[in-house]
Design a protein around this ligand. Structure first.
Ligand SMILES: Nc1ncnc2c1ncn2[C@@H]1O[C@H](COP(=O)(O)OP(=O)(O)OP(=O)(O)O)[C@@H](O)[C@H]1O
Ligand SMILES: [Mg+2]
Length: 148
C-alpha cells in the first residue's frame, strides 16, 4: 500500500519517521529517494527514536554507513557517492542485509537494482514553501498503523 503525507517542519518529518520506526522489524529496508536536503536524515533521526535507539543521528556522508546499536540495530547508509558494484560491496551493504538489521538507505537511486522488493520506499519532495515536504511511503500493511 501507499500513503502520502505532508510535513510542515523538520520536527513533523521526524515525528513521521518515528511512527514508521515503531513498526519496523529486523530485516526491513527503508529506501529513500529524493534530492539534496529534502529531509532523509531528519526522517531517519525519527526512525531511530521510534526503534527505541537513543543516539545523535547524523548524516553518514563520510563514513557511508553509521551503525546504531539496538534491537534490532539500525544501519544508516548514504549511497550518494556509490558508483557500481565493487563500491557497493565495500560498504558492507550485503552483509548488513543478511544480518537481521534495519537498513535505512539514503540515495537509494544509486542502488535501485539491489533493493529488496519488500522495502519501504520513501520518496520525499519539496513543497511550495521552504518548510513543506511531500512524503510518499510505499510498503506493506503496517502502513495502516501510521496516521497522518
Ligand atoms: N518539513 C521538513 N522536513 C525535513 N526537513 C526540513 C523540513 N523543512 C525544512 N527542513 C530542513 O531541510 C534540511 C533537511 O536536511 P537533511 O540532512 O535531513 O536532508 P537529506 O535529505 O538527508 O540531505 P542530503 O541529501 O544532504 O543527505 C534541514 O536543514 C531541515 O531543517
Ligand atoms: Mg542525508
Amino acid at each position: 500500500m501507499k500513503k502520502v503525507f505532508t510535513t510542515k517542519s523538520t520536527y513533523e518529518t521526524e515525528l513521521l519517521g518515528q511512527k514508521l520506526g515503531r513498526v519496523l522489524r529486523r530485516g526491513d529496508v527503508v529506501a529513500y529517494f529524493g534530492g539534496l536536503g529534502v529531509g532523509k536524515t531528519a526522517f531517519t533521526r525519527g526512525l531511530a527514536e521510534g526503534m527505541g535507539i537513543v543516539a545523535d543521528v547524523s548524516s553518514p556522508t563520510f563514513a557511508i554507513v553509521n551503525v546504531y546499536h539496538g534491537s534490532p540495530m539500525l544501519c544508516h547508509f548514504d549511497m550518494y557517492r556509490i558508483d557500481g558494484w565493487d563500491d557497493l560491496c565495500t560498504t558492507g551493504y550485503f552483509e548488513y542485509l543478511e544480518d537481521d538489521a534495519v537498513l535505512a538507505v539514503e540515495w537509494s537511486e544509486n542502488i535501485e537494482n539491489v533493493l529488496p522488493e519488500n522495502s519501504f520506499f520513501i520518496n520525499i519532495t519539496k513543497g511550495e514553501t521552504d518548510e513543506v515536504r511531500i512524503i510518499e511511503i510505499e510498503g506493506d500493511e503496517r502502513l495502516e498503523n501510521i496516521g497522518a
